[in-house]
Design a protein around this ligand. Sequence first.
Ligand code: PGA
Length: 253
Amino acid sequence: MSRTPLIAGNWKMYKTGPQAVETAKELAALCSDVQDKEVMIAPTYLSLPLVSQAVKGSRLYVGAQNLYFEKEGAYTGEVSADMIKAAGAEYAIIGHSERRQFFSETDESVSKKINAAVQTGLKPVMCIGETLEEREAKKTFLVLDKQVSDGLKGFGLDDLKDLVLAYEPVWAIGTGKTASVEQVEEVHQYLRSLLEKLFESKLANQTRILYGGSVKPENAKDLMGIADVDGALVGGASLDAGSFINIINYNAV
Ligand code: PGA
């Protein structure tokens, strides 16, 4: 089965509304002839409606960096899947390691958030990955197995038809340290077989598995060339349209 690669930019807590719109427009112009892959940008909640409006009619998709799983209610400071959808987003990043690390995100809350995304028609980009200590203790597969099994517990095949997995080793995020081609290949193969074991081969074959963690124009071609890698989740190098387009066009160089 052929999977359309997804190159996603996670803008984290960077850029004001006007700055986000400027970069989004610049990127939309640069992406006008990108045919063979999807490109998504995830600005802050505040910039979502502005960026969605600015890139309307372009080849760019817009995503949120998080959501809250309740439909609505007295949850001060939170934003629901419906609100995100209404702001023009099609994707939602869920369970990013920074949310797990700094905002007490758990596999249980990740699962509830995926459910909220699915019920609303947002495509979930579910992030998983091991810390350096876990890798050194040879627990990588154990950790990933738990994150995937618990995060996706109880879902049916139809619920997960738009699921995207993003493997982001925590030690490679924002550190400049990229996982080696061998490490990425081994984990991505493992994740695809895990999806097959937990669900069935149809889901395993259709799910895009992204790599994230210090992806840059210089290493994108090698990483994206790995058999089970279907795109990238990019932080730092997605903030500048000129750098991000060189990652998006990894196969043109
Ligand atoms: P990085 O971030 O590309 O800056 O390492 C990746 C991410 O957090 O998704």
